[in-house]
Each structure stands twice: as structure tokens, then as C-alpha cells.
Design a protein around this ligand. Structure first.
Ligand code: SF4
Length: 428
């Protein structure tokens, strides 16, 4: 029988990418030929995201686009949007299969048995109790891999749907993760990005600690660099920061969600820390690693964010030695506490605040990049061609470009950062 062409498209977080890659490896190359989602395929698997209304809109557009590429194709939608509102997706005439976050790994079997019409396989009956865990890591990128170490979340921030889509906080164990990291190392990949939903919460269901995991990962042969994809402020601590400062493998690059610089707003969001804790972490990082990169998530326009509270938040953020911001405009999510909160911020005000915070971020990034001029960076060169250039990232997450040299792909080179062009350094 002729191989069927299958294409995967992923939206959202690094965890989704690790899981899509794992799922794609479960489709046997004897039966299936993998093509890109821009090509005509017999099967399209779309890994959805539901973190904002815009993410869902992109998922629906991708579904329509897939069916346009091949009207006879089968379209399967998996991931958080599928988990939270399967019927809404199945109402789309283009959709054939909708699978929940646990059920998605049954897809290869379903396509092998060819029984794939109007199938919804989403069991949300006990998603809040289920502790089953599926490991995952991404492959196919020569230089780095997303390694899943944790899933789910018990924090229930008032704006967030993820706990309802991914269930309770749970994780694999240190031994299993070390085995996977070794396997990734043997494949020639040099950098691992630790990913999950709330990775600092690693081990909550079995007693091991994230800090212990870091120490064991440091010993894995073949892997030269680790990035912590994101860590909650209340789970970051002096031990972790000191370990990164002394480590030859854990990179001085922190991504820490703050969400607001005002304590009243943090309470309304049900966040687990106040801004004083956040500021202490950031300043301690800069004390022990002055060149560290610190990226901060921020939400603007959350219900109740008056002009005064926004001003207070903005001035606190401007006082922090952080490198840049990820600015999100508050997007009301179904079934969250914030959905029913009063004092909604009008759309035009949200827009103005987003523009203002983006400007602050641009200025912060410029200061950070300028501070690196004349310094040394260790760049892991990637394989993609960008015009006549190749690019790579330093340990503290600075983009560097140089004329393409295929012998340098997937090697780590020590370079001098001198010529800054927009947001990357150029080596001639
Ligand atoms: S920590 Fe909060 S924002 Fe992050 S996944 Fe959990 S509930 Fe959502």
C-alpha cells in the first residue's frame, strides 16, 4: 500500500513542540511519509493552544488552510483547545478527529485502522485527578532539543486555563529524565531546553526536587548546555541561582513570569509571590551573574488594572535590571475566575498599555545588548541559512550571525561581541 503523507503543525509552548515530535516518531516510516504542513498531505495533525483567544483563532485558521491544501485529507486536532472545547472544534466541517491531551497518543493506532471520521476522544471526567504522565522530547533539530520534565499545574492563576487543559502537576523521575537526556546527547544534540507547564514544581508527585534534577543533568555526557525554559518566582531560589552561576552547563538565561509589577494585581491574579520576592531574585541573579539574561512575562489590561495601578506596575518594572519583557494583553478565557471579574479594561486602553510596555522592553533590550559590547560569548551555531549568514545564540541568549560555514554547524565557538546590528551581533 502506498505510504500516506502526514503533516504536523504545532502552536503554543515548547511542551507542545516536544510532544508533537514524540507523537510524530510514533508514526511508522513504513506506513507514513512526513511532509511539512505547507505541503499537500493525506493527514494533518494540528497541535492546538488555548492560552489566548488569538492562539485559538490561529488554530482554526490552520485547520481551514489544511483542508484547502487537500480537501480529501483527514484533519486531527489535539492539545489544549481540543481538550477544553472539543465540540466547538468538531462543529468545524474541516475537522475529522479531536483528541484530548492524554488521548492524543492513540492517533497512530486510529490512522492505522483507518476509522477516522467525526471522532471525539476527549475524556475530561477526571483530568483534575489523573496522574498519568507521558514523557516527551523533540528531535530533528541538530543543535537543541526540548525535553519535557513536568506536566500540569496546581496554581490556578485566575486568568489561566492550563490547569483545566493539562490537569494536576506531575512529572517523571530523575532516572528516566537522565536516561532520555543521555539518549539526546548520543544523537549529537548539544543543548537541551527543560520544558513543562510549571517546571519548578518538578517532583511534586513523588518527592524528588528540581534542584536535585539539575545536579544530575550536569553529569550527563554529550549535552553541553541546558536552558531552563521558564520558572515561577516562588519556585526559584538561591540554591538554583548559585548552581547556575557555578555550572559549566546551565546557562545564565532566566525566563521568569512576573505578570504584574503591582502587588494588588498579583493578588487578583492569585500569583504565589509579591514583587519584593521577584525583585530580590532578579537583583541576586545580577549580583552573581552580571551578564545573565533575564526575560520577564507581563500581562497588561487585567480586570481591575486602573491607570494608577498600571503606572505603579510600570515604574516597578523599569526599576528592575531585566533584559527584555514578553508582553501579553489580557485575554479573557472561558471558565476562569477572571472571566467574571468586574472592572474590565477597555480594548483601546489595553492596546495603549501594551504599546507602552513594548517600548519599555525595547529600551531594556538595547541597554542589555549594549552592555555586552566587547564581551566574549559562547555561540552554538545552528544549521539554518539566513541569507548568506548562519546564526546561533550565546549562553545569555544573544543572537549572533556570521557568514555561513557548514563546518561550524552544531559547534560551540567563543567569539568577541563587537558589531551590534539591531538585535544581533554580526561577525564578519
Ligand atoms: S502557574 Fe499559573 S499561569 Fe502558569 S500554568 Fe499554572 S495556573 Fe497557568
Amino acid at each position: 500500500m502506498e505510504k500516506r503523507k502526514i503533516a504536523f503543525q504545532t502552536f503554543g509552548c515548547k511542551l507542545n513542540f516536544a510532544e508533537t515530535s514524540t507523537l510524530s516518531r510514533m508514526f511508522s516510516p513504513e506506513e507514513f511519509e512526513q511532509v511539512t504542513h505547507k505541503e499537500e498531505a493525506d493527514i494533518y495533525v494540528i497541535h492546538s493552544c488555548s492560552v489566548t483567544a488569538n492562539a485559538e483563532k490561529k488554530t482554526r485558521a490552520a485547520i481551514r488552510h489544511a483542508k484547502k491544501l487537500n480537501p480529501k485529507s483527514s484533519v486531527a486536532v489535539i492539545g489544549c483547545y481540543a481538550q477544553l472545547r472539543p465540540h466547538e472544534l468538531m462543529e468545524m466541517p474541516e475537522v475529522d478527529i479531536v483528541m484530548g491531551n492524554r488521548e492524543k497518543y492513540r492517533l497512530p493506532g486510529i490512522y492505522l485502522n483507518n476509522d477516522f471520521k467525526n471522532l471525539i476522544d476527549v475524556d475530561d471526567s477526571n483530568i483534575m485527578k489523573d496522574m498519568s504522565y507521558k514523557s516527551a522530547y523533540s528531535s530533528g533539530d541538530r543543535t537543541r532539543s526540548f525535553l519535557k520534565i513536568q506536566d500540569g499545574c496546581d496554581y490556578f492563576c485566575t486568568y489561566c486555563t492550563i490547569p483545566y487543559a493539562r490537569g494536576k502537576s506531575r512529572s517523571s523521575n530523575i532516572e528516566e529524565i537522565i536516561n532520555t537526556a543521555s539518549r539526546i546527547g548520543k544523537s549529537g544534540v548539544k543543548e537541551i531546553i527543560l520544558t513543562g507547564v510549571n517546571i519548578g514544581d518538578f517532583g511534586k508527585n513523588h518527592g524528588e526536587k528540581f534542584f536535585e534534577l539539575m545536579k544530575e543533568l550536569e553529569k550527563v555526557e554529550g549535552i553541553e548546555r541546558y536552558r531552563i525554559s521558564s520558572i515561577e518566582p516562588d519556585l526559584l531560589n538561591k540554591d538554583i541561582i548559585d548552581f547556575v552561576a557555578k555550572s559549566s552547563k546551565f546557562l545564565p538565561h532566566f525566563h521568569i513570569p512576573l505578570q504584574s509589577g503591582n502587588n494588588d494585581m498579583l493578588k487578583r491574579m492569585n500569583r504565589k509571590y509579591d514583587r519584593e520576592i521577584f525583585s530580590r531574585h532578579v537583583n541576586y541573579i545580577k549580583q552573581v551573574m552580571p551578564d545573565a539574561c533575564i526575560a520577564v512575562d507581563l500581562i497588561v489590561g487585567f480586570p481591575g488594572e486602573t491607570e494608577e495601578l498600571f503606572r505603579d506596575s510600570a515604574s516597578f518594572i523599569k526599576s528592575l535590571p531585566v533584559s527584555y519583557l514578553h508582553v501579553f494583553t489580557y485575554s479573557s478565557r472561558p471558565n476562569t475566575k477572571a472571566e467574571n471579574m468586574k472592572e474590565k479594561v477597555p480594548g483601546n486602553i489595553k492596546k495603549e498599555r501594551s504599546i507602552e510596555m513594548h517600548d519599555i522592553s525595547t529600551r531594556m533590550r538595547k541597554v542589555f545588548l549594549e552592555s555586552q559590547k566587547g564581551k566574549t560569548g559562547h555561540v552554538l551555531w545552528e544549521s539554518n541559512l539566513h541569507g548568506k549568514y548562519m546564526q546561533g545564540w550565546t549562553g545569555n541568549y544573544i543572537k549572533v550571525k556570521k557568514p555561513y560555514d557548514k563546518h561550524k554547524v552544531n559547534t560551540i565557538e567563543t567569539v568577541k561581541l563587537e558589531k551590534l546590528n539591531n538585535e544581533s551581533f554580526i561577525l564578519e
